[in-house]
Write a protein that binds this ligand. Structure first.
Ligand code: NDP
Length: 267
């Protein structure tokens, strides 16, 4: 675990991840490993920002000369609002996970990072069954339907899934049950794994070529355990963490990110 600073006591540094909580974040280790691999003199720190204090905190980091910041839960929407130059995808997702202070610009690298992690899957053999309708679900759903991938959405609270599906211009279907039949990807964007809760999936109906993908990482959760028991391929959130971080790094520095070093630092 890395040192965590309150935003009012943020030290002089170059990059930060802001969140609440933020102590668990592996981003400082990952980015610091990237700088070491390329001989860059930067420092990346974790900065705790309570809800409602994002504008002041980002102003403070800008004044201290920070070059950029990653943004994690629950601040991605506030970070978007703070920014003056917004990438259209971030605007549509109502989510910014990467800030560049020089021009107060923002991006979301979650969607493109996620699409890179599923590049090798058999997209022509089925659709995506997505569980959850929160902030990450929205960002990933936009990327999936933009790539022409058929999407079914299931959420515990139906109204939230309805709102998400209707914002996708009819390009996604709302479902009452998370039935994995016909899906090449069973995507868990819920926070159920954080609390070790199970999800009502009939794993025996999954296609043999399907991959079960959980956005969370570092948890021994039922979702991936049951998928593995059903002999499915599994993916956790670490490859996405690396890829979204690598894309942030590349936007900030203009250099190719040393993904292997970044991955090794957080495993
Ligand atoms: P949100 O709080 O915006 O949404 C949470 C979603 O999970 C809602 O749809 C909610 O349903 C659902 N949910 C929560 N608990 C349960 C449960 N016990 N059973 C069923 N559904 C549940 O969270 P985010 O979208 O921001 O994040 C979701 C997950 O993705 C987190 O685990 C986060 O750590 C992870 N993540 C990982 C990333 C990575 O780089 N690997 C990047 C981004 C996120 P309801 O509407 O009914 O409340």
């Amino acid at each position: 675990m890395s040192d965590v600073f309150s935003w009012r006591d943020a030290p002089p540094a170059d990059y930060a991840v802001i969140g609440d909580p933020v102590a668990h974040s592996r981003s400082p280790r990952m980015h610091q490993a990237a700088y070491a691999a390329l001989g860059l003199p930067y420092r990346y720190v974790a900065v705790h920002v309570p809800r409602g204090e994002v504008p002041e905190a980002l102003d403070r980091l800008a004044a201290l000369g920070y070059r950029g910041a990653n943004v994690t839960v629950p601040h991605k929407e506030d970070a978007l609002r703070w920014s003056e130059i917004r990438e259209p995808y971030a605007e549509q997702a109502r989510s910014a996970n990467t800030i560049r202070f020089a021009d107060r610009a923002c991006r979301s690298t979650d969607g493109p990072g996620f699409m890179a992690t599923i590049a090798g899957l058999p997209k022509d053999q089925g659709d995506v069954l997505m569980l959850g309708a929160g902030g990450s679900a929205r960002a990933l759903a936009i990327s999936l339907v933009s790539a022409g991938i058929r999407l079914r959405i299931y959420n515990r609270t139906r109204a939230r899934a309805e709102a998400l599906a209707s914002s996708l211009f009819g390009l996604a279907t709302l479902v009452e049950e998370p039935d994995p039949a016909g899906a090449f990807l069973i995507l868990n964007t819920t926070s159920a794994s954080l609390t070790g809760e199970d999800l009502p999936i009939a794993w025996s109906r999954a296609e043999p070529f399907a991959t079960a993908y959980d956005l969370s990482y570092g948890h021994e959760a039922p979702f991936l355990r049951r998928a593995a028991e059903a002999s499915l391929a599994t993916l956790d959130g670490l490859p996405l963490l690396v890829e979204q971080g690598a894309l942030s790094f590349e936007w900030w520095t203009g250099q190719g990110a040393p993904r292997a070093a970044m991955r090794q630092a957080i495993q």
